[in-house]
Design a protein around this ligand. Structure first.
Ligand code: NDP
Ligand code: GDR
Length: 329
């Protein structure tokens, strides 16, 4: 067995693309789980954008289908498994709570179970989330902060998180959980607020639209770059002992401030273009998140490398370039 063979679930998502590139650059053989879609033309759009399509071995499968996961693991025999697949859009989780529980929660349990059955020696990464802190119990959240999930998505992620801890403690799996705070990039899905803003700013700049409608402008998030965060995932699996880590920048800003930076980047004033639309408000909000990455720094030697200003600039520039070339993502 190759000592560097990884299987990534959620390979077609934002983090899947950045992690694929990162692992390929390190000499890994990279395999990805691909759920079937009728729209073959959109499959792998992100992998193409980042320049690794064709270098990934794709396997049909779905997180909800344990027998399929077992079969894929038997074929691939990975040394590292990164479980990134999820219904990851918090707002949708109120419309589809059971689907979110099935994919984001039970799906992770399926993956853990498949690893336990087929390749218990493989190292396992679970994509946990700062959303689990929800109604925050401490102003700065660390691995020791109690959780208080505020959405079906967060509740599902909490189940997956504790199952990861449980499989580590019960069955001795090398299973680590990365509690990642929001991380963005030009590959972020268009429904998430940062990308919605940078795409909107680019459209307004190019005269393609006049206004941008947003929801809660006061929500605050600790935003980093996905490129930096996938490195932390990998570092967790290189440790002798599996553990859980907060991955964050240690800086929090409001949606309004993110928006202001994006408009300023193209020399426009946000006040003339942004409106608030109640459709984008949530039944329960996570008002503020701010992570303490001290443990990741001490134990993994990891720190965020990209500043918020650099992130905003990169995202706006990528959207401007895409729109000028009539490309979509
Ligand atoms: P994306 O939404 O971009 O990607 C999700 C991936 O999961 C896609 O590849 C999607 O496939 C796949 N997927 C969805 N449902 C299934 C299913 N039933 N079976 C198999 N695959 C499925 O998420 P991100 O890349 O942003 O995030 C990666 C992970 O990290 C997620 O688990 C997310 O919840 C978590 N996370 C993300 C954070 C962030 O700020 N980005 C922060 C903390 C945690 P398809 O392309 O077909 O839709
Ligand atoms: P989040 O990301 O819910 O933190 O989950 P999102 O970008 O959707 O929302 C962040 C904050 O912005 C506010 N907001 C809006 N959000 C969206 N999507 N659209 C809007 O128009 C808008 N206006 C204001 C939201 O109310 C919220 O407070 C992301 C996902 O990647 C999860 O999978 C991951 O676990 C967490 O980050 C950490």
């Amino acid at each position: 067995m190759s000592s560097k063979r990884a299987l990534i679930t959620g390979v077609t998502g934002q983090d899947g693309a950045y992690l694929s590139k990162f692992l390929l650059d390190k000499g890994y053989e990279v395999h990805g789980l691909l759920r079937r879609s009728a729209s073959a033309d959109v499959i792998g759009t992100r992998l193409k954008w980042i320049g690794v399509a064709g270098q990934i071995n794709l396997h049909d499968g779905n997180l909800t289908d344990l027998s399929g996961l077992i079969r894929v693991l038997q074929e691939v025999r990975p040394s590292e498994v990164y479980n990134l697949a999820a219904q990851s859009f918090v707002k949708s989780s109120w419309q589809q709570p059971l689907l979110t529980g099935t994919v984001t929660g039970l799906g992770a349990a399926n993956m853990l179970e498949a690893v336990r059955i087929v390749c218990p020696e493989a190292r396992f990464y679970q994509a946990s989330s700062s959303e689990m802190y929800g109604l925050i119990q401490e102003p700065v959240q660390s691995e020791k902060t109690p959780f208080y999930p505020r959405s079906p998505y967060a509740a599902a992620k909490l189940y997956a998180h504790w199952m990861t801890v449980n499989y580590r403690e019960s069955f001795g799996l090398h299973a680590s959980s990365g509690i990642l705070f929001n991380h963005e990039s030009p590959l972020r899905g268009i429904e998430f607020v940062t990308r919605k803003i940078t795409d909107g700013v680019a459209r307004i700049k190019l005269g393609m639209q006049e206004t941008l409608a947003l929801g809660n402008m006061d929500a605050k998030r600790d935003w980093g770059h996905a490129r930096d965060y996938v490195k932390a995932m990998w570092l967790m699996l290189q440790q002798e002992t599996p553990d859980d880590y907060v991955v964050a920048t240690g800086r929090t800003v409001s949606v309004r401030d993110f928006c202001k930076l994006a408009f300023e980047h193209v020399g426009l004033d946000m006040e003339s273009h942004v409106t608030v639309d109640e459709r984008y408000l949530r039944p329960a909000e996570v008002d503020v998140l701010l992570g303490d990455p001290a443990k990741a720094k001490d134990k993994l030697g990891w720190t965020a490398e990209t500043t918020l200003e650099q992130l905003v600039a990169e995202m706006v520039e990528a959207d401007l370039a895409r729109l000028k070339q009539h490309e979509h993502l």
